[in-house]
Write a protein of this length. Structure first.
Length: 293
């Protein structure tokens, strides 16, 4: 690899059209994320940040480096950290979590003989998964149950995000949608001013790396809740539909799939019915008997 010997603050040259298309295609093939031409500057800035770290200035040489051999594969996993948008917060879209709470109020009695299973798909640094755990704990209290077994899968392509998620420490600005009492109950204030999720919630979540394009290989199924927000918006519409169809198959009968409002407009799946709540975009998997009707 051709490198200048030290980290450089020098501005990189602009990408030409062919270079942009080459990088755009690589990112989309490997992650599903589609960067439109209007966002070329974003791609260039993110790539440039990593290239400057390496002391590289040539997009073509860097492309060849990333796409060749084992060192290329290792470099790709480092680069992905620069290319993914990982913005998130606790209870980011509150109405969606209210919908989960309503669902759980019924689900807990409907499914009494097995642990409930949830999945946060594209969980970033974990706030969404912990928010689901909070809603579940609140639902247990509301239903008067002392204990009920449940577990949360939380997956993302970014190793760095998953490390942060397992650590469970957050600055104040990430606590966003939590009420004052929720903060006090579920987070401990640390000496450095950050907040750490209490062990009772951390123990419920299993964070693991998964590229959603490799969904077929994931052994996660029979879910009561699949929560997938602000991930599919970066994908082309045909891919959103394809992935949503695959996620629908992973729901247990009666389970719900919650996506972000407006994330897809023209999608139907005969296994599912829309949850009648205008504030959210959620779908319930019909029971097998309903499908036969
Ligand atoms: C904007 S965050 C959304 C976080 C959270 N779901 C929320 O709504 O607040 C999008 C996440 O999707 C992840 N991501 C992007 N492409 C992915 C892929 N192909 N497979 C799995 N995760 C991916 C990113 O790493 C990032 O953490």
């Amino acid at each position: 690899m051709h490198r200048t010997p030290h980290w450089s603050l020098e501005q990189l040259p602009d990408m030409d059209g062919a270079q942009f298309r080459q990088w755009q295609a690589l990112l989309e093939t490997r992650t599903g994320v589609c960067v439109s031409e209007q966002r070329q500057v974003y791609l260039q800035t993110s790539l440039g940040a990593r290239m400057r770290e390496l002391g590289m200035r040539d997009y073509q040489l860097y492309y060849e480096y990333v796409t060749e051999g084992i060192s290329g594969a290792l470099e790709w996993s480092a680069l992905v950290e620069w290319l993914t948008v990982r913005e998130t917060s606790f209870m980011r879209h509150r109405a969606s979590f209210d919908c989960v709470a309503q669902f759980l109020a019924q689900r807990q009695s409907a499914v009494s003989d097995r642990p409930l299973q949830f999945w946060s798909v594209g969980c970033a640094s974990g706030e969404e998964a912990y928010s689901l755990a909070i809603v579940m704990e609140q639902s247990l209290v509301a239903s008067g149950q002392k204990r009920r077994d449940y577990g949360i899968w939380a997956t993302d392509i970014s190793q760095h995000a998953l490390d942060q998620a397992r650590n469970g420490c957050y600055p104040d600005r990430r606590l966003g949608g939590l009420g004052e009492r929720e903060r006090e109950q579920w987070l401990e204030r640390l000496h450095n001013g950050q907040y750490r999720v209490v062990p009772a919630l951390r123990d419920r979540v299993c964070f693991t790396r998964l590229n959603i394009l490799e969904l077929a290989q994931a052994p996660i199924r029979d879910l009561d809740i699949i929560f997938c927000q602000n991930l599919l918006i970066y994908f082309r519409r045909w891919r959103r539909r394809d992935l949503l169809n695959q996620l629908a198959m992973r729901l247990a009968p009666g389970g719900i799939l919650v996506i972000g409002p407006g994330e897809i407009m023209d999608w139907n799946n005969s296994l599912l019915e829309r949850v009648p709540d205008d504030r959210v975009q959620a779908y319930r998997r019909r029971d097998s008997m309903e499908c036969l009707e």
